[in-house]
Write a protein that binds this ligand. Structure first.
Ligand code: GLC
Length: 747
């Protein structure tokens, strides 16, 4: 034994010497901290004012605040660094969701760009502005998969598809955090997990998601963001399969920590732990605290439960201090990674907001996020038209930016009307301006009479409709998805004058506006597009830029079809030839309408499919060719190359967005009829053709299912792997078009 001790001592010494220097500093700090200081470090309070109470909490070692900016941050930070016992800097957070001062399209709009480089650039530029205000932690990206446009928060995520959301979330994390040793703006990927499946599209509502679907649909975007380096993660409000996420050990420990080995910081949502009392899985705040800490919820956002109860629970032996130390370690590590111990303050003297680089990126993002849904040839407008610009979103510097943007200056927003005034000033158009109404929900027939009179003087009417931003985002769920107010009546009245009408919709969600679109000559779906959406839309309408946006979410014909998404299962009776409601003779006692899966009034088709979008030319997709029709099962890194030649058959250059889809014809679990596995943006000059190539490996064909011979629900029952058999592969312009090529994944 005597011989072993020196060796052990040497090994320990080597281990300490080789331990990451940051971890060594953390060890040292934790060894000096009292339990009170540890618990304070795990607490985040909502700022927004300077009070003596908060100053005292900061002196006692408060870990973080949200919703402070600028000098208020420096005020509290100075107290933390100079007056608290250990001088641990605070980290200041804010919901910088799609821009700080310069506002980019809402994330759903950014997803419509299918442009990862642009989304990453927007996040990088957003970080530049937020950091100047002292914000070093943003509660973004939100990667909740949403298949229900009634849910107001569909605006904040990247739509219905797991692959697209994974790619977008990772790009946003890279943009925020940067690639340097010192992280610029800490990302916080949210809301973990399943929040987008809130029953009935009603926010905060219950969710029931089988583990296989959790792993297949809802978890991968979080894993992608974590693999991109996301420093933190936020839990969701919903209860999942009966357990509120704030206490969901299976997700937050078994999967997040033990399976994914995530070492980042886990923060609650705003009072989400305290909300568990209302959920009904605990009786009081102390119980809620115990449930949260046992799920390793490391930072307590405005539950105000850790400070009063955590020390008590430790002293009662119900919580081990080692667990507290682990939480504090993850918090301190984020602060070290942000460089806050060396540079805790922000310099607010010479802010560089709304700079040319940011505004250009915001405009490009707004241009690329706009989706041309219909065009009978009226667009792009020809030279020097007389245009009537009208509608509630034509000149609304607030609503144009959409939900979750607290720090913008409305006055900096350039609206479509402002942009067309500039085109008029340059003599490129003759402008008639009359909004007709300022708010989307207004109802006023007199406005409509006025618009129809002015429409007769114009060559074309540009109607900018959609939703007020207050109708979109958190706790903003709608049971109807029509254009609010009397916009539809206005559009019909204007169209009745016989003039061409271009409808542009600026909204936070898909709307069921098929009848409105039928009545007009062209429709651009632009989402809420941010600071530069006005010039962006003018460029698109006047043809300076060709539309390139594609839908990141299925547009249902009616609310009654929801949930509706492209990667649906086939069912045992897929729709073949639906006999529709009006086809059935009235009074028919017997009439064969088959036995397929569809709605009598609408068949099974959406208004527009995922991935859909037109432009100012036409593209012809050739057949998909494969480098082989056999893909060996143990093929990686061997891959199959799928290629397709796309021809621009029109008379102007434009961007095509080919999408790669697969289908697994037979699986041990039923498989979707299509799954997005890749996409590209490619500019093709008029009359020319380009060939796009995608690589497919067996890993791309893997999916979550039950492990061999294991029954549903048994622990560790799940595996992610491909199964041999026949696959179809498309390279198509959207999820509803194209002819597949076939290959065999061979055992
Ligand atoms: C909100 C949202 C969350 C946000 C947090 C802080 O309730 O659910 O997304 O980051 O509170 O504002």
């Amino acid at each position: 034994m005597k011989k072993i001790l020196p060796i052990l001592a040497l090994l320990t010494l080597i281990a300490c010497q080789t331990k990451d220097p940051v971890e060594q500093k953390i060890d040292q700090l934790i060894s000096q901290m009292t339990l009170d200081e540890k618990v304070a470090q795990m607490t985040q309070l909502a700022g927004g004012q300077i009070t003596e109470d908060y100053e005292n909490l900061v002196r006692a070692g408060l870990g973080s605040m949200l919703n402070n900016v600028g000098n208020e941050i420096n005020h509290y930070q100075r107290i933390a660094v100079e007056e608290s016992r250990l001088g641990i800097p605070m980290v200041f957070a804010r919901d910088v969701i799609h821009g700080y001062r310069t506002i980019y399209p809402i994330p759903l709009g950014q997803a419509a760009t299918f442009d990862l480089a642009l989304v990453e650039e927007a996040a990088r530029l957003t970080a530049n502005e937020a950091i100047q205000a002292g914000i070093r932690w943003t509660f973004s990206p939100m990667v909740d998969i949403a298949r229900d446009p009634r849910w107001g928060r569909i605006a904040e995520g990247y739509g219905e598809d797991t692959y697209l959301a994974s790619q977008m979330g990772a790009a946003t994390v890279r943009g925020y955090q940067g690639q340097d040793s010192i992280i610029r703006l800490a990302a916080c990927v949210k809301h973990f997990v399943g929040y987008g499946a809130s029953e009935g599209g009603r926010d905060y509502n219950t969710t029931w998601i089988p583990e296989v679907q959790l792993r297949e649909t809802y978890l991968p975007p979080f894993k992608a963001a974590i693999d991109a380096g996301a420093l933190s993660l936020m839990c969701a409000f919903n209860d999942l399969n009966g357990v509120p996420m704030s206490a969901n050990k299976h997700l937050m420990k078994d999967i997040l920590r033990d399976e994914w080995h995530y070492t980042g910081l886990l923060v609650s949502d705003y009072a989400s732990s305290e909300n568990m009392i209302k959920h009904g899985n605990c009786a009081n705040l102390k119980e809620a605290t115990l449930l949260s800490i046992n799920a390793q919820m490391e930072m307590d956002m405005e539950n105000r439960s850790y400070i009063p109860h955590l020390k008590e629970l430790v002293n009662e032996g119900l919580v081990k201090e080692e667990l507290i130390d682990q939480c504090v370690r993850d918090i301190l590590r984020m602060k070290f990674r942000l460089g806050l111990f060396d540079n805790p303050y922000c310099s607010v003297e010479h802010p560089d907001y709304y700079n040319a680089e940011s505004l250009q990126a915001a405009q490009r993002a707004a241009e690329e996020s706009a989706v041309l849904l219909k065009n009978n040839g009226v667009l792009p407008l020809n030279a020097q038209p007389t245009v009537l610009v009208c509608g509630p979103l034509a000149h609304n510097q607030h609503d144009q930016n959409g939900t979750w943007c607290f720090d913008k200056l409305d006055s900096a927003t350039i609206t479509p009307l402002m942009a067309f005034r500039q085109w008029d000033k340059e003599g490129k158009i003759r402008l008639i301006e009359q909004l007709g109404k300022h708010w989307s929900r207004e109802v006023n027939e007199q406005n409509t009479v006025q618009l129809t009179r002015l429409a007769k003087q114009a060559d074309v009417v540009l109607y900018f409709g959609g939703e007020e931003s207050i109708l979109s985002g958190e706790a903003r769920c709608r049971a109807h998805l029509d254009l609010p107010g009397d916009q539809s009546e206005q559009i019909r009245a204007i169209k009745a004058t016989g003039k061409p009408v271009v409808l542009t919709v600026m909204a936070g969600r898909p709307l069921c506006i098929g009848a409105d679109i039928d009545c007009v000559d062209a429709t651009i779906y632009a989402f809420h597009g941010g600071t530069m959406q006005g010039p962006a839309l003018a460029n698109l309408i006047m043809g300076k830029v060709a539309p390139s946006g594609r839908l990141p979410v299925t547009f249902p014909q009616t609310v009654g079809q929801i949930p509706m998404y492209y990667n649906k299962k086939n069912s045992g009776r897929p729709t073949s030839n639906p006999v529709l409601y009006d086809d059935i003779p009235v009074g028919a006692a017997q009439f064969s309408i088959g036995a397929d899966s569809y709605w009598l009034e609408y068949g099974d088709k959406p208004l527009y499919p995922f991935g859909y979008g037109l432009t100012y030319t036409t593209f012809e997709y050739g057949p998909v060719t494969l480098s082989d029709t056999i893909l060996p099962f143990d093929s990686s890194p061997h891959c199959l190359i799928a290629s397709c030649t796309i021809t621009n058959t029109g008379n102007r250059e434009a961007v095509a967005v080919p999408q790669l889809y697969i289908r697994d014809l037979v699986g041990s679990l039923t498989r979707p009829i299509r799954e997005l596995k890749g996409f590209q943006r490619i500019t093709i000059p008029a009359g020319e053709a380009r060939t796009v190539r995608f690589e497919l490996t067996a890993d791309d064909l893997a999916y979550w299912h039950l492990a061999e011979g294991v029954t549903l629900g048994a622990d560790g029952a799940y595996t992610c792997s491909a199964e041999p058999g026949e696959f179809h592969v498309w390279i198509a312009p959207n999820a509803a078009e194209g002819t597949p090529a076939k290959f065999i994944l061979q055992d």
